[in-house]
Each structure stands twice: as C-alpha cells, then as structure tokens.
Design a protein around this ligand. Structure first.
Ligand SMILES: Nc1ncnc2c1ncn2[C@@H]1O[C@H](COP(=O)(O)OP(=O)(O)O)[C@@H](O)[C@H]1O
Ligand SMILES: [Mg+2]
Length: 183
C-alpha cells in the first residue's frame, strides 16, 4: 500500500507466551489489507543473523541489538516490522526505542511462567527444570517485565485472534495503518 508508514511492533515476553502465534495472526490480517511487512522472529534470527550466539547476557544483548538494527533500517524506509524475540532486558529494549523513536511500539506479551510452562510448546521448560538447558528465561535467567509498554497483550485472558485485533485497533488509532476493513 502506497501510504504504508514504517513502524516496529516489538513483542517481548517469555518463551511460550504467544509472540510467534500472535505474529502469525497479525501477518495474515495485515497482508489481507495489502500492507508491506517484514517479520524478525527470534528463533529464525538465531538460525542465521545471530547464528553461534548463546544465551549469556552479552550474547542476548548482541542478538537483540542486531534485530533492532535491521528493524530500524526497514522501518525508517516505510517497511513495517514485527519482531518476536524474548528480549528479556529493559535496557536493550530501551536502546531499540531510542533508535526508532516514535516508530517503536513495545508490546508485552503477558503470560505467567506457570502458564507458559503448562503450554510448554517446545518442551523447553521441562529441559530447563531438569538442568539440560541452562540460562532459560523465567526459570534460571531473568525476564524484566516492560516498565512502560505501549501495549500489554494478555494471552491468558484472550485468544490469539483477540490479541491480533487489539493490536490492529491500536495501529489504526496511531494511524500506522489505514482504518480497517472489518476482519
Ligand atoms: N491467547 C493465546 N495467545 C497466543 N498463544 C496462545 C494463546 N493461548 C494459547 N496459546 C498457545 O501458546 C503457545 C505460544 O507459543 P509461541 O507462539 O510459540 O510462543 P513464543 O513465540 O512467545 O515463544 C502456542 O502453542 C499457542 O497455541
Ligand atoms: Mg516464538
């Protein structure tokens, strides 16, 4: 769409909180509306752009800085970006915010460790509890809850479809996307 505005929708939340699931729903809706869009999913980035990095604070920060660097390049060229990485540290999320200014939308994908552990989509929590995986966010590594996010997406009280709708409404209100066709 010619009047696409660049923005970076920055999801942050525990593993299994719903970042990738909600991203999939959003991408579908935004593409239906003809929006340009790029996605930087944490798992995908770690397979290529950040291949070889581990999970120490330093490596996590490097990973997130790389995602922010690419998201900034895209969004300042009017390509909307969704990032879906745990991004556990407030200071690095704040760096991304400073880089992108008004284009940056921090969206906290909220679900308790207990809920994520019950979901345990990839069996990672079980491995973290047994010690097979070290430095696992929420179990043996910190997660800093966003201090002042633009959006809080509560995945314990709403469905992925409802979360996607909440975000679309927000993007419309901010005029990042044109006011919508009914979903
Ligand atoms: N309301 C919800 N929003 C998002 N995901 C949900 C919700 N309720 C249950 N789930 C499930 O939780 C899991 C979230 O996994 P995923 O999206 O891969 O998380 P993340 O990308 O944050 O690690 C999926 O299996 C999804 O079906
Ligand atoms: Mg994911």
């Amino acid at each position: 769409m010619a009047d696409d505005k660049g923005f970076c929708l920055w999801f942050t939340g525990l593993s299994g909180s719903g970042k990738s699931t909600i991203t999939t729903h959003l991408v579908k809706e935004l593409r239906k509306r003809g929006s340009k869009l790029e996605v930087l999913d944490g798992d995908v980035v770690r397979e290529n752009l950040s291949k070889g990095l581990g999970f120490s604070k330093e490596d996590r920060d490097t990973n997130i800085r790389r995602i922010a660097f690419v998201a900034d390049i895209l969004s300042r060229n009017e390509v909307p970006v969704i990032t879906a990485a745990i991004s556990p540290y407030q200071d690095i999320r704040d760096e991304a915010r400073q880089m992108m200014g008004d284009r940056f939308i921090e969206a906290y994908v909220k679900a308790s460790v207990e809920t994520c552990e019950e979901r345990d989509v990839k069996g990672l929590y079980a491995k973290a509890r047994s010690g097979e995986i070290k430095e696992f966010t929420g179990v043996s590594d910190p997660y800093e809850v966003p201090e002042n996010p633009e959006l809080v997406i509560d995945t314990e009280s709403q469905s992925p479809e409802e979360s996607a709708q909440q975000i679309l409404t927000y993007l419309e209100e901010r005029e990042f996307i044109p006011a919508g066709v009914a979903a």
